[in-house]
Every structure is written in structure tokens, then in C-alpha cells.
Design a protein around this ligand. Structure first.
Ligand SMILES: *Cc1c(COP(=O)(O)O)cnc(C)c1O
Length: 458
């Protein structure tokens, strides 16, 4: 007998209190935070769906692994355990540990980026795009057309448009394209997976032009699970083997261990090319640390190594994807427009459709994120014009989509927490017509969504 309820494949071992606040308290907190939810103190947030990055619960075995950490400066056994766990899934010749994913990006693009170069991806994540552009290179998104349509029911909406990639390389010149990237799953495009067939094709096109192919593999396990569920020929495959096949088509990868590797901190850069590895290691020593610890403590390396083995477990992934869909289904039933199909790590509300009266340059996604906090203490994240609207030349243009991402920290919230989130979203929907647009009063040029201050346009 198989039951239809997919349960959490764990029980609670240690608890952390969360504080209930009133709507008046939250209104005051928002004004103080310049209407940017990134500026809110976390203790004033009830359900924190800002990000799934580093916010998950570690397992008993990960905490045990932390005790096993060895803090030797060079050649720590914790490094060997980490290295073995990484190469067990991603068999690259060189693994370079970093403190986060963006440190891996910073190192990679300082070596291979620069003016006149262009880096295509399905959709660059915000830190990836920023690190490419910081070197003077251009970041280009080539996701398939369905990837821009919140309603299109394509099983692999994160796929890259192969014809567009061919045209792009022909027009740019292969010598100006230092790497082709694929983000799996496609975070900024709605947490949508990339098919094995597409990974294989992108790899073939890149290699036909002598260009290396790298994965931004932060959500590799969720991507592998979707391949298992949706792609012909993989239903009976082991998740770890699907991951190994994905990696086999690539020449390297960047990784944030704060995502699927179930760490609170960590990341790595890996590749096969020995010369590139030498250049990257030299940068690593300059900015992160010695090559056997990078930007990490030995205990962090061990926690990530243990997390990697848990991330590819069938029961964990089944629960993970079912619990994200549960939020999507609840919002859909309440008539709230969300990106379809439901993503792996997050549900994305379509703020453009929910708040059609707000001009994109007045940030409808930000307005919705502010309202979710004000009404119910729920913190989500705008992924729209506030995040992506600023152009390298200083002008502003509307983003392709105006979304609010409700990211689900791994193994952290229960079904009743999610039922509450659905209720809050439903209440915000009933107030939608009265929500204002926003203008920026203060903000930096790069990654402005993190620190900008705003005010309502009334
Ligand atoms: C989180 C993330 C990064 C950056 O990783 P950090 O650890 O936050 O620096 C890069 N790419 C994708 C797809 C991500 O989700």
C-alpha cells in the first residue's frame, strides 16, 4: 500500500522559536527598513521565505560531522572527506573550495571574463550576472521562449534555446565566448529544471566551437529529481547517477553549498582544465585561502560532505518537491497567479498579473513583497525590475517578468506554516487593488535590490 500523503522523512530534533508580531509593528518595521525586506531584522519575520540559501536545517549527522571537523591549515582530513563527496557526484579533476557560490563566480570570471567577452546562460543568477559584468564582459540569457511565459506548461522551462545559442556564437565569435553556462535549476527563471537532453545539446554546441561548458549547479539534486520524474528513460535511475551524467557533459562547475548540498555556508569551483585550475587557485589564495580549505572551516567542509549524501536521497527529494508543490497548489486554489509548473525550491507569484495597476518601473513585485510582510509577517523576495531593471549604462528597463519568490528553506517549515502562508497570500490578494507602487530613494548601482531604500508612490 502506498499512501498519498508524502510525509517529512524526519522528525524534529531541536526547535527554534519564532516571534508573532502585530500588523502595526510590521508597518513600523517596514518604514524603518526603507520598504526593503532585506533590511528587516530576521527576528521580526514570522515565516522567512526570502531565500533557501543557507537557511535549511542541518541533520543530526551533519552536526556530528561538524564535531569531526579538522582545522589544520593545509591538508586537513576534512578536505579529503569533502573532496571525495564532491567528486563522487561531480568527477572533475580540480575542486576549489570557496566560502560561497559567488566567490567561485568571482574567481572564475576574473580569470576568463573581461571587456569584449560574452557569457551565455539559460538565465544568469543575479550574482553570476553581476560577476560577469563586473569584469567588463557581457552576460546573455538564452532561455527557451516558454521560460519567459509564466503560464506555459513546459516540463523543462529552464532549457536553453539551442538555435539562439548557435546564432549567438556565430555572431559573437567563439573566441569571444570564454564559457557557456547552464543554471540548474534555473533559479531566476522560476526554479525550472533543464532536461538531460538539453544539457547534452548545449554541451555539444559549446564543444563543437571549442568553448568550455560549465554548470551553475546549485540545485543539481532538484534538477535531477525532475529529470527522473519527467524525462523519458530516467524513471528508474538512481538520482546520484543522474547527477553524475549531468556532470559528465560539463567541463566544470560553480556551486553554492548553501543550496542543495544542505550547508549553511560553502561553495566550490571545479574544472578539468589544469591551466585554468592553476590560475583560479592563484586567485583563491589571494581572496579565499589555501586550496585545501578555500574560504571554509574544516567543520564546514564536513557538514557539506555529509549534506551531499543526504541531498540525493530519494525520500528527501520526494518530500522536498512535494512540499514545494503543496504551496503552489494552495495558491492556485486561492486564485493567485503563480509560475507554472511549480519550481523545485520556490513558488513564484506573478506580481505583474496580480497588481496590473502598478507600472513595472514602480516595482509591482516589491509592492507585493512588502504587503506579504505587512499583512502576515511573511518575507519573500522580489525577482523583477528592482533586481534586474538597472542596465550597465545606468538606464532602467522593465524586467522580463515581475515575480515574488517564496523560497522554501530545506527541512525547516511544517505543513501548518505553509497553510498560514497560503492564508496570508489570500488576504493580500483581497487587498491587491489598494497596494501602491514604489520609488527608490537611495540605492547602489550593482545588486541594488539588496540594500536600496524605497518609499511608496501615493
Ligand atoms: C545562490 C546562487 C548563487 C550564488 O551563491 P551564493 O552562495 O549565494 O554566493 C549562484 N547561482 C545560483 C543559481 C544560485 O542560486
Amino acid at each position: 500500500m502506498t499512501f498519498k500523503t508524502v510525509i517529512e522523512p524526519f522528525r524534529i530534533h531541536s526547535v527554534e522559536p519564532i516571534r508573532l508580531t502585530t500588523e502595526d509593528e510590521r508597518r513600523a518595521a517596514l518604514a524603518k527598513a526603507g520598504y526593503n525586506v532585506f533590511n528587516l531584522p530576521a527576528k521580526e519575520v514570522l515565516i522567512d521565505l526570502l531565500t533557501d540559501s543557507g537557511t535549511g536545517a542541518m541533520s543530526r549527522d551533519q552536526w556530528a560531522a561538524i564535531q569531526h571537523g579538522d582545522e589544520s591549515y593545509a591538508g586537513s582530513p576534512s578536505w579529503e572527506i569533502f573532496h571525495a563527496a564532491v567528486t563522487n557526484l561531480f568527477d572533475f579533476a580540480h575542486v576549489i573550495p570557496t566560502h560561497q557560490g559567488r566567490a567561485a563566480e568571482k574567481i572564475l570570471f576574473s580569470v576568463i571574463g573581461g571587456p569584449g567577452r560574452s557569457v551565455p546562460s539559460n538565465t544568469h543568477f543575479d550574482t553570476t550576472r553581476a560577476n560577469v559584468e563586473f569584469t567588463g564582459a557581457t552576460a546573455v540569457d538564452l532561455v527557451i521562449a516558454e521560460g519567459h511565459d509564466p503560464k506555459a506548461l513546459h516540463p523543462f522551462k529552464g532549457n536553453m534555446d539551442i538555435a539562439a545559442l548557435e546564432t549567438f556564437i556565430a555572431e559573437t565569435g567563439a573566441e569571444n565566448v570564454p564559457v557557456v553556462m547552464l543554471t540548474i535549476t534555473n533559479n531566476s527563471g522560476g526554479g525550472q529544471p533543464v532536461s538531460m537532453a538539453n544539457i547534452r545539446e548545449v554541451s555539444a554546441v559549446a564543444h563543437a566551437h571549442g568553448i568550455p561548458f560549465f554548470l551553475d549547479a546549485c540545485r543539481f539534486a532538484e534538477n535531477a529529481w525532475f529529470i527522473k520524474l519527467r524525462e523519458e528513460g530516467y524513471a528508474n535511475a538512481d538520482v546520484a547517477d543522474i547527477v553524475r551524467e549531468m556532470a559528465s557533459y560539463a567541463d566544470g562547475m560553480t556551486m553554492s553549498a548553501k543550496k542543495d548540498p544542505l550547508g549553511n555556508i560553502g561553495g566550490w569551483l571545479a574544472m578539468n582544465d589544469p591551466e585554468l585550475a592553476t590560475q583560479c587557485r592563484n586567485m583563491l589564495i589571494l581572496t579565499e585561502g589555501f586550496p585545501t580549505y578555500g574560504g571554509l572551516a574544516g567543520r564546514d567542509l564536513e557538514a557539506v560532505a555529509q549534506g551531499l549524501s543526504e541531498a540525493v536521497s530519494h525520500d528527501y527529494l520526494q518530500y522536498r518537491i512535494a512540499s514545494t508543490s503543496y504551496l503552489g497548489e494552495g495558491l492556485t486554489k486561492a486564485g493567485i497567479p503563480v509560475v507554472m509548473p511549480y519550481g523545485g525550491h520556490a513558488i513564484y507569484i506573478d506580481a505583474r498579473e496580480m497588481l496590473p495597476h502598478i507600472d513595472p518601473l514602480q516595482y509591482p513585485g516589491q509592492s507585493l513583497a512588502v504587503a506579504l510582510y505587512e499583512v502576515g509577517g511573511v518575507r519573500g523576495c522580489e525577482i523583477g525590475t528592482l533586481m534586474f531593471g538597472m542596465q550597465p549604462d545606468g538606464t532602467e528597463k522593465p524586467a522580463a517578468m515581475e515575480l515574488v519568490r517564496l523560497a522554501i528553506p530545506r527541512r525547516t517549515y511544517t505543513q501548518s506554516h505553509i497553510d498560514y502562508v497560503i492564508e496570508v497570500c489570500t488576504e493580500v490578494k483581497s487587498r491587491a487593488r489598494s497596494l501602491p507602487g514604489y520609488r527608490i530613494t537611495q540605492g547602489p548601482k550593482v545588486l541594488r535590490h539588496f540594500t536600496a531604500r524605497l518609499e511608496p508612490v501615493i
